[in-house]
Design a protein around this ligand. Structure first.
Ligand code: NAD
Ligand code: UDP
Length: 324
């Protein structure tokens, strides 16, 4: 039987974090969810509150915390462009101070710590698909830099805590992930398109919709994160976790309309500054080192996500910022 561990999930009330808490609770671990609820709300983990092996702490990772844990997943950071750009200085602080504080905690209690890094470390890539040894093309000056550069610096901090203090680290570079429990007002492409199409509003395409993204279903992503955390070879990464199926944004929009069986309607808006033109993970490393392969393809994942969006009441959700 697997050993029961005390696991801290920072950012545990968010989209990925709340699913991760549930998965770890179901595996029998003692789970502490820590969150400041900036881009989430307590209702995401409400169903877990009665579980004896679950605990919820309202806390901001920019402030140190002392706990006794065996593993730490650092997911605490706003992830949607509109919300991370709302207070860019805070976003940078969350990445940097959050990484430092949680790495110090890992050092103190000899925990293994995993960083939820991102494909944004590749910026607007000149290399396609993106492999982990590609160093990226990121603007230090643009509106996405608070997030991209914050995540890049966090990777550096992880490597330096590992080299200086022997902290056991893991770095996952997550590509666009979607699924049930995405915040309906997070402004990301999948949630916007589904919300708009269900309301019979035209879907907003930024630019001409020819930019691409590769969409990973949340359950595949979590499987990759847990494999990385628990791998016994102490494989650190960085490792891409994403689904290599690449789609233009216009194709995604058409697919949403097609699944709903409605006539496609679009409105075109200006492309945001520094919006990456293409994204596709090379997942050779994840396959080799973790035996990981995504299973849920886009149509199936969208179907399940749409089902969830049909069930929720939008009035139950507080928009994190006006930018969605
Ligand atoms: P999310 O916004 O739903 O979750 C982030 C959580 O972190 C929220 O609950 C938020 O309230 C919390 N948080 C933000 N700032 C905090 C702070 N200072 N202190 C404590 N908690 C704080 O986003 P998500 O999609 O679940 O993303 C989770 C992590 O994965 C993020 O770090 C994100 O950068 C990373 N990631 C996600 C994707 C994706 O496509 N979903 C892609 C790449 C990387
Ligand atoms: N996008 C869009 N309409 C929207 C939201 C996003 O066309 O309502 C585009 C956006 O410009 C980007 C892609 O969809 O090219 C993915 O955007 P998202 O914010 O989901 O993630 P990221 O840009 O961080 O990959």
């Amino acid at each position: 039987m697997a050993r029961i561990k005390r696991v801290l999930v920072a950012g545990g009330a968010g989209f990925l974090g709340s699913h991760l808490c549930e998965l770890l609770i179901n595996r029998g671990h003692d789970v502490i969810c820590l969150d400041n609820f900036f881009t989430s709300q307590k209702s995401n983990v409400e169903h877990l509150l009665s579980r004896p092996n679950f605990e919820l702490i309202r806390h901001d990772v920019t402030v140190p915390i002392s706990l006794e844990v065996d593993e730490i997943y650092n997911l605490a950071c706003p992830a949607a462009p509109g919300h991370y750009q709302y207070n860019p200085i805070k976003t940078m602080k969350t990445s940097l101070l959050g990484a430092i504080n949680l790495l110090e905690l890992a050092r103190e209690c000899r925990a293994t710590i995993l960083q939820a890094s991102t494909s944004e470390v590749y910026g607007d890539p000149e290399v396609h698909p993106q492999r982990e040894d590609y160093r990226g093309a990121v603007s230090t000056l643009g509106p996405r830099a608070c997030y991209d550069e914050g995540k890049r610096a966090a990777e550096t901090l992880f490597m330096d805590f590992s080299r200086m203090y022997g902290v056991k680290i893991r770095i996952a570079r997550i590509f666009n992930t979607y699924g049930p429990k995405m915040h309906p007002f997070d402004g990301r492409v999948v949630s916007n398109f589904i919300r708009q199409a269900l309301a019979n509003e035209p879907i907003t395409i930024f630019g001409d919709g020819s930019q691409t993204r590769s969409f990973c279903y949340y359950s595949d992503l979590l499987d990759g994160l847990v494999r990385l955390m628990e791998n016994e070879q102490d494989f650190v990464g960085p490792v891409n976790i994403g689904n290599p199926g690449e789609f233009t944004i216009l194709e995604l929009g058409k697919l949403v309309w097609e699944i709903l069986g409605k006539e496609a309607r679009f409105i075109f808006k200006p492309l945001p500054v520094d919006d990456p033109t293409r994204r596709q993970p090379d997942i050779t490393l994840a396959r080799e080192k973790l035996g990981w392969n995504p299973k849920v393809q886009l149509r199936e994942g969208l179907l399940r996500t749409i089902e969830w969006f049909r069930e929720i009441e939008l009035d139950d959700f507080r928009a994190p910022t006006p930018n969605y």
